[in-house]
Design a protein around this ligand. Sequence first.
Ligand code: NAP
Length: 311
Amino acid sequence: MIEQDILIIGSGVAGMSAAQYAARAGRSVTLLEELAPGGQTMYIDMIENYPGYDQPISGYEIGMKFQAQAEQFGAKLVYASVTSLKKEGDVFIAETSGETYQAKAVILATGAKHRHLGVEGEEEYSGKGVSYCGTCDGPFFKGKKILVIGGGDTALTDAIYLSKLSEHVTIIHRKDRFRAQDNLIEQVKRNKNIELLMQHTAVKIVGDGNKVTSVVLKDLVENKEYSREFDAAFIFVGMLPQTGLLDKDLLDESGYVITNEKMETKLAGLYAAGDVRTTVFRQLITAASDGAVAAHCSSEYIDALEGREYR
Ligand code: NAP
């Protein structure tokens, strides 16, 4: 049994920020991460809206900086997948395949994973032209015909990145207006390498057995399906919050964790921060802010638990 004050699950920006604040406040902190530190930042080519960076910085680099800062204050990063989380009395118990972790408070910062479209050919051609990460797979499609599906920040950010690799990038979006930030919409509209097809969806991804060759599109205005040649289909249709460790009564109807402004969930001592929680705006800066609030408030909770009556 490994004991610590605060256990943080997930090492994206929210988790790293929480680790840094909690460790700096003198708490013993363990950060459990199942894959690689940095969370979604690892998929972002260039970040230009994080305060303090007047020049764009890569997602990888900023993720590494978050990690170094958290570790500098004494937070411990452990690579392990949490298989169960329960509360016994005032103590949280998290099981991983190799160890059991015990903590007075837990901050869930597990983020969200890529949502799939669910169309024919998507799974078959995943890794053979179907991708969920522009910066990871874009370089394989230099000069090729690239389809981008989605209308949020990720779709437009990655389309801009892909347009540097190919003159033939087409974005399709099911609505007549994008969900993304205005600044990105303007950049996309000005970009000569990007074609926009609004009110279009992808119906089927077609290939020759080894790679994507075309996509069947649907024009929702004309209610007409037609096929177009593409070498790759990049799918950016949102995220699925990673909440498998929690009871359903802690979640909203979309599956995100419900918190108050202190990042407290309905379960005393359990906090959530970043993309995994219900919020109106999911950005690196808001994830970092959530992490700091969760660290501060979970630390206050522990003080109350140990000294005064918990308010
Ligand atoms: P998102 O904001 O949820 O957008 C998902 C997009 O996919 C929406 O345009 C949605 O259409 C569309 N969509 C969903 N299901 C679909 C389906 N079945 N078929 C076709 N289209 C579908 O997701 P995101 O763009 O991945 O962004 C996730 C979070 O990360 C957001 O909060 C975003 O702000 C943040 N982010 C920030 C940055 C940055 O700071 N620079 C960069 C990337 C992401 P509708 O619009 O019709 O719903």
